[in-house]
Design a protein around this ligand. Structure first.
Ligand SMILES: [Zn+2]
Length: 70
């Protein structure tokens, strides 16, 4: 998932693992945004959880269930 820093205009990629973790944490805290630190200027960029969730379509839970059934 590509993020563009609104402070320094640097764009960088967020890994799927990172997003999955961040979304899970935001859900737990009932937050609508995830704070991501820009790799260049180190400022916090707020990314909507909704936007992140599209990159992690809850595959992990489903995959675990399948394994149990198989
Ligand atoms: Zn930046």
């Amino acid at each position: 998932m590509n993020i563009r820093c609104s402070y320094c205009r640097n764009s960088f990629n967020l890994g799927r693992d990172f997003i999955a973790h961040a979304v899970a944490e935001a859900d737990e805290k009932r937050q609508k945004h995830v704070g991501v630190e820009c790799i260049k200027c180190r400022k916090m960029i707020k990314v909507p959880v909704k936007q992140m969730r599209r990159f992690v379509p809850r595959q992990e839970a489903a995959a675990e269930e399948e394994e149990v059934q198989a």
